[in-house]
Design a protein around this ligand. Structure first.
Ligand code: UDP
Length: 256
């Protein structure tokens, strides 16, 4: 692990000071948590895979003009990112009913939605990340109306692009969660909204197109087993695997 100064530790990642001002190092742990931290475990190799998958997806998004915090991958578990001020809102984009959406609205899992639906949760662990509307977000100043317009339009572009990208490798993007941040560009002296955090099987629901088999964190949430194998399958289908091959991923091992 890095000897740099730690600035933040979350459930699945640690942020360290970066080599230059305005940068951070994002370290991907093997730790997993669900249901507002009430279920915890370790999935050996998960961090390595998520580092690669998030690198790949953020790079591809960057290529179509979506601004992201990703700069470059540093090693198996770390990537260099731009420092941002995180907007305390989780943006969830859904294409197919699943999870809390199915429970809340009584729509069976797997029901295709008439169109993509964007939802917001306030990032507050102590409250269990409550569902909020744009009204709450702008009234409490978590983001401005202008920032929310940008976040909405970026989220829909990200969804359109990822839907196609995953479909191309036989995976249905059921839903995903994205986080955005305010990036201060010292050269232009302006602040813009960019995609932050990670995009990985920890933050997406990914189902095999043919079998509907789950290839994401629901395997951990629902004790389905084969979590690391599923993440590895996602990486394999995307054509990315850790440099030194399977020896860095010591097989699936879920401990609770
Ligand atoms: N999600 C996430 N972090 C959260 C909550 C949700 O990454 O704190 C992702 C989750 O993996 C899924 C999507 O957001 O891909 C929608 O999750 P949902 O609201 O259905 O909540 P869940 O059923 O996972 O509790």
């Amino acid at each position: 692990m890095s000897r740099r100064k730690q600035v933040y530790e979350g459930k699945a990642k640690i942020l360290f000071e970066g080599p230059e001002p305005g940068t951070l190092v994002q370290y991907f742990k093997d730790d997993a948590s669900a249901f507002n931290n009430s279920k915890k475990g370790t999935i050996t190799g998960k961090g390595v895979l998520n580092n690669r998958i998030s690198e790949y997806l953020m790079t591809k998004l960057g290529e179509i003009g979506v601004p992201t915090h990703f700069v470059r991958r540093l090693n198996m578990r770390e990537q260099l990112i731009r420092e941002v001020e995180i907007v305390p809102v989780e943006v969830i984009v859904r294409n197919v009913a699943a999870g809390s959406f199915s429970k809340r609205l009584g729509i069976p899992e797997g029901t295709p939605l008439p169109r993509s639906i964007v939802e917001f949760c306030y990032k507050a662990d102590e409250l269990g990340d409550p569902f909020v509307s744009e009204e709450h977000i702008t009234a409490f100043g978590w983001a401005t109306a202008q920032e929310m317009d940008e976040i909405m339009s970026l989220s829909l572009r990200i969804n359109d692009f990822l839907l196609g990208l995953f479909l191309g490798v036989g995976i249905k993007l059921v839903d995903f969660k994205a986080e955005f941040g305010r990036f201060y560009n010292s050269q232009t002296d302006d602040v813009s909204i960019i995609l932050a955090d990670e995009i990985s099987p920890d933050s997406c629901r990914l189902w095999d197109v043919k079998t509907s088999e789950k290839m994401d964190k629901d395997r951990f949430r629902r004790d389905l087993g084969g979590v690391a194998e599923a993440y590895q399958e996602v990486a394999q289908r995307l054509g990315i695997l850790p440099e030194s091959g399977p020896r860095d991923i010591q097989g699936p091992k879920v401990m609770q």
